[in-house]
Design a protein. Structure first.
Length: 224
């Protein structure tokens, strides 16, 4: 309900509650919210995977919005990046698409200059009021490579820590200087990695940064 309220405040493209449930139940990994210190939703990204058997796996941003009180702090970018990473990690997405009103210059600036989206085509009268939309795409190859390198470094670090622990334990089996009896060898310790970066909503909601681009009359994106 709070996400729908945020949508009503920020965008002219509004959805019935069942549409939010559809996204949440079908692709629970891809949509995120941002909360203020009181737990109120101040922004969200609603995303999904496109089901096109003739194309490579790719996601779509259905809607992105941040309340006016929390704009220009980097939040819109964080929400978009979080959804894009989740598309890569969970569905091996190659790119992500969205639609934006031709008149929404602030959103166009964010998508083009900050998030590296490219205009792929113009869709005439895409919106209910007859306004044209820019169809935009963002290639996710670079982000996927960065995520892969991060995982490789993390795995390498994990093996380094395990090796150091094993060497330390093995060293305890040697005789102490001046002692005729060797120390009893202790059983090896097990080291377990705590896991990867959290993709919970809290990662986004706990940030105090936010960048929104929408006026109350602007639509960051809408897709059917």
């Amino acid at each position: 309900m709070n996400m729908q309220h945020c949508n009503l405040l920020c965008l002219p493209e509004n959805y019935q509650m069942k549409y939010y449930f559809y996204h949440g139940l079908s692709w629970p990994q891809l949509s995120y919210i941002a909360e203020d210190e009181n737990g109120k939703i101040v922004g969200y990204v609603l995303a999904k995977m496109e089901e096109d058997p003739d194309d490579v796996p790719h996601g779509h941003i259905t809607s992105l919005a941040v309340k006016r009180s929390h704009r220009r702090l980097g939040l819109a970018q964080k929400l978009m990046d979080q959804a894009s990473r989740a598309m890569i990690e969970n569905f091996n997405a190659k790119y992500v698409s969205l639609h934006v009103r031709k008149s929404n210059r602030a959103a166009l600036h964010l998508y083009s200059n900050t998030l590296n989206f490219q205009i792929s085509e113009v869709e005439p009268k895409y919106y209910a009021d007859g306004e044209d939309a820019y169809a935009m795409k963002r290639d996710l190859t670079q982000m996927a490579d960065e995520l892969r390198r991060h995982l490789e470094l993390k795995e390498k670090s994990r093996h380094t820590v395990l090796g150091a622990i094993e060497n330390k334990v093995e060293g305890k089996g040697n005789s102490l200087p001046g002692s005729g009896e060797p120390c009893r060898e202790e059983k090896g310790l097990a080291a377990e990695d705590s896991g990867g970066d959290s993709k919970d909503l809290s990662e986004v909601s706990e940030t105090t940064e936010s960048t929104d681009v929408k006026d109350s009359s602007e639509a960051s994106d809408s897709a059917s």
